[in-house]
Structures are given as structure tokens and as C-alpha cells.
Design a protein around this ligand. Structure first.
Ligand code: GDP
Ligand code: IMO
Ligand code: MG
Length: 429
């Protein structure tokens, strides 16, 4: 069996968690392949809202296997806090959650470093979620990192202390005092105590050699859905660098983040909002600083699932979407949050940028530097409450026209439209 992929095509928060939860019914295994607790994936069903950070979004489906792959980075304290939240819902994570031993750990001092780097950057800060993502992936590639499987080794505490000392020295070398930073309102020492307790608990979960675990399941004919975090425009190689996260968020990351071969990739579902949002700093050509932007934020409840920060909002950006389809090999598009524009009489789509008087119809390196001016076309809105539509037969022609433009521009069919946060609010086209 092939591995299907859910990839975010914009700057994250496209609604990947909801889509994974809906699609999970058709799969046996849901696997996260990159990112860490910077992610916030929201699921809504039976009148309740759940936000997952490290745990795959298939966890509420009783009979599914959930795997946290080697490409993910894990803060044990955050993971254990997530598990506690699952307890009242009877989730059997002792039997349906598996964690790759090769996944790296985010240490408390990675979070101090994250805060320190951001402080040093001043106005040029990334707008990191301050979960320690950049420093933990840095240690991974610098070959200093500690992995989940290392928790089982007798030398773990010694290695932990060495790495912590090194991090504290780095902070001092930058002219800062480690004591000036807190982690979620706690001193480093207080956080560390909880972190170490949580690490003990993590050790007692199902730790596996993820690459063998998943390939064995694939060989047995199990259907796997790989769940991306963040989005293409935050990819460390192809995003709006340096305002990106520190992992490969695109489909290629599935291979390295789970240990599967490229020819095993099947369908790639690209998830995008009917408009655009971004949280944190960096280029965003179609950003709106007016009342329309405010309305998108209000209607779409555009506040970060992880940090609560207001998200920047703007019109859909087709050159960026085309770029994302190319990089991910998207085979089907899933458009979310169409309902947010229910009462918009006119909707705009950016089809081209203009830079120094020249039209450019694709995202490029220049977007990391220049300020491309978006050029728009306008279409009529649907002026209808989409939340009540369940069948593609009742889709308004104005909405079909909107998805038709997107399909023509990207060359990829829009096969699903999500019309509300609930699991039930999705239309297959
Ligand atoms: P993710 O990080 O890609 O999983 O997305 P987030 O969960 O961070 O943000 C998406 C937000 O939009 C969440 O609050 C979802 O509950 C909500 N959402 C998802 N799909 C829809 C939709 O079609 N319509 C509306 N109104 N909200 C949606
Ligand atoms: P999900 O999976 C939206 C953004 C941060 C910041 C930049 C770097 O929920 O879509 P980091 O903490 O990784 O060092 O932050 O990336 N960012 C996200 N934005 N959704 C996310 O995840 C994000 N994860 C990181 O706001 O601009
Ligand atoms: Mg999110």
C-alpha cells in the first residue's frame, strides 16, 4: 500500500488537524513526520474542541495506530500534558500511540535558547512559538542532540547535563543571563523538574524503531496517512527564509521523517484556506491591513492554536499556492474555511505579483527580499451559509467558479471543501 500525505500549502493552520481527523476513518495508521509542539492541530466533534501539538490527529479513532515519527521533535512535558488531556476521553494511548526512538528531544534549555535568540534578533525576530524548535533541530544536525531512545540508556543523565551546560554557556556567551528567561512562567529549574518526570513517563510509552515499525505495517497492507505540521511557506528550504520553521514541511519530509522510500508516496492532499493567514513575522504579499482583514480574523477566529496570537489575514495567493503544489506533488486539493467568507459580496484572488513594474506570476527567491505588489482579480461571493450544505449537488455556482479558478491555476482538482470546524462539515466534490 502507498502512504498518503496531508500537507499544509500556506503558512500553517490550514485546518490539517480537522482534515486528518475526517480522513482517518479510511486509514489504519496516522503518522506525524516533522515539527513538534509548535504545531497546534484543532479537531472538533460532538460539541467539543481538542487541540493536539505532538500527538497525531488520529488519536480519537479507537482502532487506529498513531505514530510519532523520527522527524518529529518532542518536549516530554508538553507530550505528557497532552496525554493528561486525553485521559477523560478514554483514549487508549498505551495501545494506540507509538513513538520513534530516533525522534529528538527538546530540552528545557532549548527553550531558553529559543527565547534568547529571539531577544537578540530584536525587530528581526522570527516570531517563533518559543517551543525550542530551532535550537533542538540545530542540535540534531550539529550531531549534539538527544533522542527519545537515549532515555533508555544509562548514560542519559550525564549526556543531558553536558548538553544543558553547553546551552547555558551559549546563552552567557551571547551576553545574557539564563535566569532572565522563564518557560511558561516557570524558572528553568522548576520546568526541568517537571520535564524530567515527564521524560520518565515517556520512557514507559510504546517506543519503537519507527522505520521498521512503519515499513512492516505497509508490507502487511495497512493504509497509512502522513500528517504534516506547519505549511509549505514555512519549510526550512523553500519557505520565506529566514522566517520559517526548522524542518522540511513538504512531502519530501515524509520520507526522511518516517523512514519510507519515495516510491511509497501515494495521494498528496494539499490543504489550504480559501484565503491566507500567517502568524509570526515574514513576507505575506496579500496581507490586508484593513477592515476586510479584520473580518477574516473575526469570522475565521484567526488566533493561534498554540500561542493565541492574532493571525495576520489576507486574500488567497495563487502564485504561492502553485509553488506549494509543485513542491509537494499535490494530487488533490482540500479547501478549508470557505464559510468564513459566507457574507463577502466580492472575493479577490491574487494571480500575479508586480515587482519594479514587472509582472511575475510565481513565488520566488525575490519574495524573501522585495515587496511584491499583489495584482488581483475579483469574483462574486456566494452569500450563502455553507455550513448547512452537505452535498456537492447544493454547491452554489459562485463557489464552483472560485474552486474552478484555483484548479485552472494550479492544475490540481479541488476535491473537498470544508465548511466549518466540525468533523461533519466537509463536502466531497
Ligand atoms: P492546523 O494547524 O492546520 O491543524 O489548523 P489549526 O487547528 O491551527 O487552525 C485551523 C482552525 O480553523 C481551527 O480552529 C479549526 O477548528 C478551524 N477550522 C478548520 N476547518 C474549518 C472550516 O472549514 N471552517 C471554519 N470556520 N473553521 C475551520
Ligand atoms: P501548524 O502545524 C502556524 C511559525 C511561527 C513562526 C515560525 C517559526 O499548527 O500549522 P518555530 O516555533 O517553528 O520556531 O516558529 O513558524 N509556526 C507556525 N505557524 N502554524 C504552525 O503549525 C506553526 N509552527 C510554527 O509562528 O512564525
Ligand atoms: Mg495550527
Amino acid at each position: 500500500m502507498k502512504v498518503d500525505v496531508i500537507a499544509g500549502l500556506q503558512w500553517g493552520d490550514e485546518g490539517k488537524g480537522k482534515v486528518v481527523d475526517v480522513f482517518a476513518a479510511r486509514y489504519d495508521v496516522i503518522a506525524r513526520f516533522q515539527g513538534g509542539p509548535n504545531a497546534g492541530h484543532t479537531l472538533e466533534f460532538e460539541g467539543k474542541k481538542h487541540v493536539l501539538h505532538t500527538i497525531p490527529s488520529g488519536i480519537f479513532h479507537r482502532d487506529k495506530i498513531n505514530l510519532i515519527g523520527n522527524g518529529v521533535i518532542i518536549d516530554p512535558r508538553i507530550l505528557v500534558a497532552e496525554l493528561r488531556k486525553l485521559d477523560p476521553h478514554g483514549v487508549d494511548y498505551h495501545n494506540n500511540l507509538f513513538i520513534a526512538r530516533r525522534a529528538h528531544l527538546i530540552l528545557p534549555t532549548h527553550r531558553l535558547l529559543d527565547a534568547c535568540y529571539e531577544q537578540q534578533k530584536g525587530d528581526a525576530k522570527i516570531g517563533s512559538t518559543l517551543k525550542g524548535i530551532g535550537p533542538a533541530y540545530t542540535d540534531k544536525t550539529a550531531r549534539n542532540g538527544l533522542r527519545v531512545g537515549d532515555l533508555e540508556s544509562r548514560s542519559f543523565m550525564q549526556r543531558y547535563e553536558n548538553l544543558r551546560e553547553y546551552h547555558l554557556l551559549l546563552i552567557e556567551a551571547m551576553g545574557s543571563d539564563p535566569k532572565e528567561f522563564t518557560i511558561e512562567g516557570l524558572t528553568m529549574e522548576a520546568y526541568e523538574m517537571q520535564w524530567l518526570q515527564s521524560a520518565e513517563e515517556l520512557k514507559g510509552l510504546n517506543l519503537v524503531d519507527g522505520e521498521f515499525f512503519i515499513n512492516d505495517l505497509i508490507r502487511k497492507g495497512k493504509r497509512v496517512l502522513a500528517e504534516g505540521a506547519q505549511g509549505t511557506m514555512l519549510d526550512v528550504d523553500f519557505g520565506s527564509y529566514p522566517f520559517v520553521t526548522s524542518s522540511n514541511t513538504i512531502t519530501a519530509g515524509v520520507c526522511t521523517g518516517l523512514g519510507i522510500a519515495p516510491q511509497l508516496i501515494g495521494e498528496v492532499y494539499g490543504v489550504f484556506k480559501a484565503y491566507c493567514t500567517r502568524v509570526g513575522s515574514g513576507p505575506f504579499p496579500t496581507e490586508l491591513h484593513d477592515e476586510t482583514g479584520e473580518l477574516l480574523r473575526k469570522n475565521g477566529n484567526e488566533y493561534g492554536s498554540t500561542t493565541g496570537r492574532p493571525r495576520r489575514c489576507g486574500w488567497i495567493d495563487l502564485p504561492a499556492l502553485k509553488y506549494a503544489c509543485m513542491l509537494n506533488g499535490v494530487t488533490q486539493l482540500v479547501m478549508t474555511k470557505a464559510d468564513v467568507m459566507n457574507d463577502f459580496p466580492v472575493i479577490r484572488l491574487c494571480h500575479t505579483y508586480e515587482l519594479d513594474g514587472e509582472p511575475i506570476n510565481r513565488w520566488g527567491f525575490f519574495c524573501d527580499y522585495g515587496k511584491p505588489e499583489p495584482r488581483y482579480r475579483e469574483v462574486d461571493g456566494w452569500l450563502l451559509n455553507l455550513g448547512n450544505i452537505t452535498s456537492s449537488d447544493n454547491i452554489p455556482p459562485t463557489l464552483s467558479r472560485y474552486t474552478g479558478i484555483i484548479t485552472r491555476e494550479t492544475g490540481v482538482p479541488v476535491t473537498f471543501v470544508s465548511t466549518g470546524p466540525d468533523r461533519s462539515q466537509i463536502i466531497a466534490l
